[in-house]
Design a protein around this ligand. Structure first.
Ligand code: HEM
Length: 459
């Protein structure tokens, strides 16, 4: 290979070897807000200055959009909210906001807590479990009940959804990170994708009318989305909402296992935020400051969305550079969260950090900030409180390294669970979501003992 060609690709090998160290090293040694990366012909930059995060992520869409990654995601999950821009993105976000936005999630608290306790009761039966599996399982369970309602899916449909999710995760990883495909391999992939889409469309048709008014699937009706578009949206939410939250739950379990005093404090906060019936009271969650800080710190140390990208659509001056149309920019929460330029002892778990800092972006920022952030944060608070309340955790092995894929995933985290307090799994009387009362365990059954998506070779 000629020297100039080698230079053009010189960052590929070190990135492939260890992407996480590569990002932090580039962030730490950066001399400019936008550092060029040698990944091939397309001009590519890494954003390294937190002062530029907001200006970049808030740029008008005509100038900067979600970039080349959108095409790849669209190939698997179709035209959904994550890849759509403009008015259609706003319309779909508005609908989601009405169900999972900051003010809307309060009403979901009893249902989320009840589902969480059922998931905990399952792992406590055996006494040992893998925190990665547990995290993904409980997160999938919660995002499923928010999307479909607790009793809307038949056991057969649960299986179909799980299969579709599993396949979508594999295809997403292949599409984003895999080598360029030969035409016949591409066509075979198109057929596989169409296969699980048809299955999801079938689920949507069967479930749409049965689902409670409060479920996300019903809200899409307001938009007049076709069954196919609804299926794409639901699959996207399940993908975006279970791998991410699930990974964070796993890290939180490990943190509580290795810091028993912290776990005790969280268990005490769990007692303090319960109402007279023993249910978590949303209004009291603000007082659970240690729990909230622990969730924030784990999201800093292990941001599941560890990178995102933007693409330049119109020549523009930004970060001291003239960027040509077609240029791509990587924004990496991992880089910003782990860089010693922005945090003291960035690799240490500390509870007294400033989470309003510009370098803290687990959910992104700007108009495309994570639409599920209020739901995810509430889920994480509830799961952490309920886990600490019910179990004393003991890690059985030293923690392995995080695994960078579509999201940043934990390795297997084998744990032992000792009962701290017996767990209440009967439906709460005052759930406020009568149509969502969990009675038949239809949805829960296949989610038992680990996440079915991750248990069979998903990313
Ligand atoms: C700990 C959990 C989560 C983390 C760390 C996380 C992180 C992120 C990040 C960083 C983005 C912005 C990407 C960008 O700017 O390009 C994003 C977008 C998104 N997230 Fe999340 N997320 C989480 C949970 C969820 C949940 C529970 C849902 C759904 C209920 C969800 C749905 C979405 C969607 C639909 C988008 C795309 C929004 C748009 O492009 O308009 N996420 N997420």
């Amino acid at each position: 290979m000629e020297d100039s060609t080698m230079r053009m690709f010189s960052d590929v090998a070190p990135f492939r070897r260890d992407p996480l160290s590569f990002l932090v090293e580039r962030g730490t040694t950066a001399t400019e807000p936008l550092m060029p990366l040698a990944f091939g012909m397309r001009p590519l930059f890494l954003l390294t200055d937190p002062d530029y995060i907001k200006p970049l992520l808030k740029m008008p869409e005509e100038v900067m959009d979600k970039g080349p990654m959108v095409k790849k995601v669209r190939a698997v999950t179709g035209n959904n909210v994550t890849v759509l821009g403009g008015e259609e993105n706003k319309r779909r976000r508005a609908v989601l906001h009405s169900v999972v936005g900051r003010t809307a999630v309060e009403g979901l608290t009893p249902m989320l807590a009840r589902e969480t306790r059922m998931a905990i009761a399952e792992v406590m039966k055996d006494g040992t479990f893998d925190a990665r599996q547990f995290g993904a399982s409980v997160a999938l369970r919660l995002v499923s009940v928010v999307s479909f309602g607790a009793n809307a899916l038949s056991p057969e449909d649960v299986e179909i959804v799980i299969q579709a999710l599993r396949q979508a995760m594999v295809e997403l990883a292949n599409t984003i990170f895999g080598p360029l495909q030969m035409p016949w391999a591409y066509l075979a992939q198109r057929r596989r994708i169409e296969g699980f889409k048809q299955d999801m469309i079938g689920v949507v048709r069967r479930v749409r009318q049965r689902a409670p008014e409060s479920a996300i699937i019903r809200s899409y009706g307001e938009l007049g989305l076709s069954d196919r578009d609804t299926a794409d949206e639901i699959l996207t939410l399940l993908l975006a909402g279970h791998d991410t939250t699930g990974a964070t739950v796993a890290w939180l379990c490990h943190t509580m296992a290795t810091m028993p005093e912290l776990a005790d404090q969280i268990a005490a906060e769990a007692d303090a935020v319960r109402d007279d019936e023993g249910e978590i009271d949303f209004a009291k969650l603000a007082s659970a400051t240690t729990t909230t800080a622990a969730v924030r710190e784990v999201l800093r140390l292990f941001p599941p969305g560890y990178w995102t990208g933007r693409g330049v659509r119109e020549d523009v001056e930004f970060g001291g550079r003239k960027l040509r149309r077609g240029t791509a920019i990587i924004v990496s929460p991992w880089l910003f969260h782990r860089c010693s330029r922005f945090w003291e002892a960035p690799n240490e778990f500390r509870l007294d950090r400033n989470y309003t800092a510009k370098a803290y972006i687990p959910f992104g920022t700007g108009p495309r900030v994570c639409i599920g952030q209020a739901l995810a944060f509430l889920e994480l608070q509830i799961i952490t409180l309920e886990v600490a309340s019910a179990m004393r955790l003991v890690a059985k092995e030293p923690l392995g390294a995080p695994v960078p894929g579509v999201h940043l995933s934990p390795p297997a985290i084998p744990m032992e669970a000792r009962e701290r307090q017996s767990i209440r799994t009967s439906p709460s009387k005052n759930s406020g979501l009568a149509s969502d009362e969990f009675t038949s365990s239809e949805l829960a059954e296949p989610f038992r003992s680990g996440c079915p998506v991750h248990a069979h070779g998903g990313t």
